[in-house]
Design a protein around this ligand. Structure first.
Ligand SMILES: Nc1nc2c(ncn2[C@@H]2O[C@H](COP(=O)(O)OP(=O)(O)OP(=O)(O)O)[C@@H](O)[C@H]2O)c(=O)[nH]1
Ligand SMILES: [Mg+2]
Length: 349
């Protein structure tokens, strides 16, 4: 089980999918477990679209739903099941930390026969690190970000293709990798799968009140529904203006985007776009050349530093601006509730 942590938008899903493809390419069977505080996850749809067995824990983090997490891992691993991966990647919520004490140690103590654990990798987006390690950063998010790094067995800078230089991380050695170019992904896999790798080598000292406040500093919005257009459009022509409008509305309210993901699926193909900061250029994955369609299934996941009602009203306006009608099947917006882990180890197991 390979746990990949890191802040929202760090590149966890992209790295897991890239590494999973490498393993599949040499004939190994791989599964993926995703996690969110809400329902309707873009990442799960992506993992499924990439052809990997995917499970998800929704409505809370792995640590607060540890028993369910283990059930999902075991379900993937049942003999005779068509889902019987040798390797399982697991992505915790991007605002989660204390994973060593609450997930890795209990797995080591109670499930040592079932699972071999890879070191806890924490991915760091270099630009996000510059922002959150700056003295003017939001103190709660900076606290959470530092804790994520402090408990890692391995820290890697993601998106190395975009940067020449990388910020200092409080004495932690972090090597760059890029899931987009593939550079150093095989090396990372070799390292986390090596016989000598140690999982959960540290336990954090963490104040759960500050951790809860940091998680609640961000608003969460998950939306899923159907879009019926007045005339057929390509997925890029739907997603591009929609994301630009959400970005514009949030920026006007001075709400910082942590991660906005939109997935548009039609019978002609699907496209996902991702925006990790206001005014940025969305990254697009999928069928950019898909022919126009009059109907899309849309999934939208937004995490941003604003009140849930503000995120909802921005999305509502943006959906109304689409050249067609959006029908809501699922809409939730909230601030994550305080983490209450099922287990918490004080010492390394
Ligand atoms: N240039 C570049 N972009 C990357 C790389 N890895 C990920 N990204 C982009 O970064 C954005 C966020 O990536 P994700 O993999 O969705 O990040 P995540 O950590 O799973 O985000 P959450 O699920 O919200 O916590 C996407 O637009 C990716 O395409 C990389 O190696 N290079
Ligand atoms: Mg993800």
């Amino acid at each position: 089980m390979i746990l990949v942590g890191g802040f929202l938008g760090a590149g966890k899903t992209t790295l897991m999918l890239s590494a999973a493809r490498l393993l599949r390419g040499i004939g190994r069977c791989v599964g993926i477990v995703l996690n969110d505080q809400g329902d309707e996850l873009v990442d799960t749809r992506l993992a499924e679209a990439a052809g990997f067995p995917a499970q998800e824990i929704t409505g809370g983090c792995f640590c607060c739903r540890f028993s369910e997490f283990v059930q999902k891992l075991e379900r993937m691993d049942q003999p005779g099941s068509k889902l019987a991966p040798e390797f399982i990647f697991a992505e915790p919520v991007g605002t989660c930390t204390d994973l060593s004490a609450t997930i890795l140690q209990p797995l080591k103590r109670y499930y040592r026969e079932q699972f071999r654990l890879a070191p806890l990798t924490v991915l760091v987006d270099p630009a996000r690190a510059e922002e959150l390690l700056h003295p003017d950063a939001d103190p709660l998010l900076a606290y959470l970000f530092r804790k994520q790094i402090a408990e890692a067995d391995l820290v890697h800078f993601s998106k190395a293709d975009l940067y020449q230089q990388f910020p200092a991380l409080d004495g932690v050695a972090a090597r760059p990798l890029s899931a987009h170019t593939g550079s150093d992904i095989q090396e990372w896999l070799d390292e986390v799968l090596s016989e000598s790798a140690v999982a959960g080598s540290r336990i954090l000292e963490i104040d759960y009140a500050s951790y809860a406040d940091a998680e609640a500093a961000l608003g969460w919005l998950n939306w899923q529904g159907e879009l019926r257009l007045r005339s057929a459009l390509t997925p890029a022509a739907v997603i591009g203006p929609l994301m630009a409008r959400i970005d514009q509305l949030l920026s006007a309210r001075q709400i910082s985007i942590a991660h906005l993901k939109v997935l548009a699926r039609s019978a002609n193909g699907s496209l996902k776009a991702s925006l990790c900061r206001n005014g940025g250029q969305p990254w697009v994955d999928g069928a950019l050349d898909a022919p126009p369609s009059p109907r899309y299934a849309l999934t939208i996941n937004l995490r941003a530093a604003g009140a849930p009602e503000e995120l909802s009203s921005a999305l509502d306006l943006a959906l109304r601006d689409l050249p067609g009608r959006a029908r809501t099947a699922h809409w939730e917006s909230f601030r994550p509730s305080p983490p209450v882990p099922e287990h918490r180890f004080e010492d390394v197991a």
